[in-house]
Design a protein around this ligand. Structure first.
Ligand SMILES: CCCCCCCC(=O)SCCNC(=O)CCNC(=O)[C@H](O)C(C)(C)COP(=O)(O)OP(=O)(O)OC[C@H]1O[C@@H](n2cnc3c(N)ncnc32)[C@H](O)[C@@H]1OP(=O)(O)O
Length: 186
């Protein structure tokens, strides 16, 4: 991985909520129309998420043929989207809506169509509204499957935002979000 990501010295690790459901529990989609995780988004990626140990979460992505970039391999933008979604979902333990401010990906190995990707993501710490996150992807099923090999890594800065961030788009939403800001609590 390239070394252009520096964590600040004054990071604070958030505490898990008292009613955190624990490792292995499914994480519901934050918004049914979301391209990454929505269950009412036929064009989307339908990623599935579960809580892991501590602040870690796990996301699964089936690399469908329609996600093709170069012949036979995943499109880099799709992989970036999967990381964006996974790292955003890791922020849900904060129980405040977040948006991505900055995301940087290292594409270490080619990922063939037909793979099942496992993405492990976590909060590394917070400073004021800034949430520093990281994640790795591994191929766990398919032609190049090897759970010991990291095929891509990601670092991301998310920002907590208020309801007004989403209110600006309320006239364009094609459905009724579960909460006023479109982000459900865990
Ligand atoms: C459960 C949820 C899953 C969601 C998964 C999918 C998530 C998404 O894809 S969200 C969509 C993509 N992202 C967006 O559309 C966001 C668009 N950008 C924005 O709205 C704004 O730029 C936003 C909200 C990120 C930041 O703006 P604003 O709230 O005014 O923050 P601002 O006051 O400028 O900065 C706050 C802090 O963050 C820092 N910061 C803001 N943006 C960045 C950035 N891009 N890079 C580095 N630092 C940044 C600032 O330096 C400042 O730091 P400090 O506290 O040390 O002074």
């Amino acid at each position: 991985m390239s070394g252009t990501w520096t964590l600040p010295d004054d990071l604070t690790l958030p505490k898990l909520p008292d009613d955190h459901p624990g490792a292995g529990a499914p994480i519901p989609s934050h918004w049914s129309k979301c391209f990454g995780c929505g269950d009412d988004q036929p064009a989307g990626m339908a990623m599935q998420f579960t809580f892991g140990e501590g602040l870690e979460i796990t996301g699964m992505l089936d690399v469908a043929n329609r996600y093709q970039g170069g012949p036979g391999f995943i499109h880099g933008g799709i992989l970036s989207t999967a990381f964006d979604e996974a790292q955003g979902m890791a922020c849900m333990v904060l129980r405040r809506p977040v948006v991505t401010g900055h995301l940087q990906i290292d594409f270490a190995k080619p990922i063939p169509l037909g793979s099942v990707l496992e993405l492990r993501a976590r909060i590394d710490g917070t400073v004021r509204r800034k949430v520093y996150t990281s994640a790795e992807a591994r191929i766990v099923e398919g032609p190049f499957a090897d759970p010991d090999v990291v095929v891509a890594t990601s670092r991301g800065l998310f920002l907590t935002v208020g309801a007004q961030h989403f209110d600006r788009a309320k006239d364009f939403v094609d459905g009724i979000p579960r909460s006023p800001h479109g982000t459900s609590s865990v």
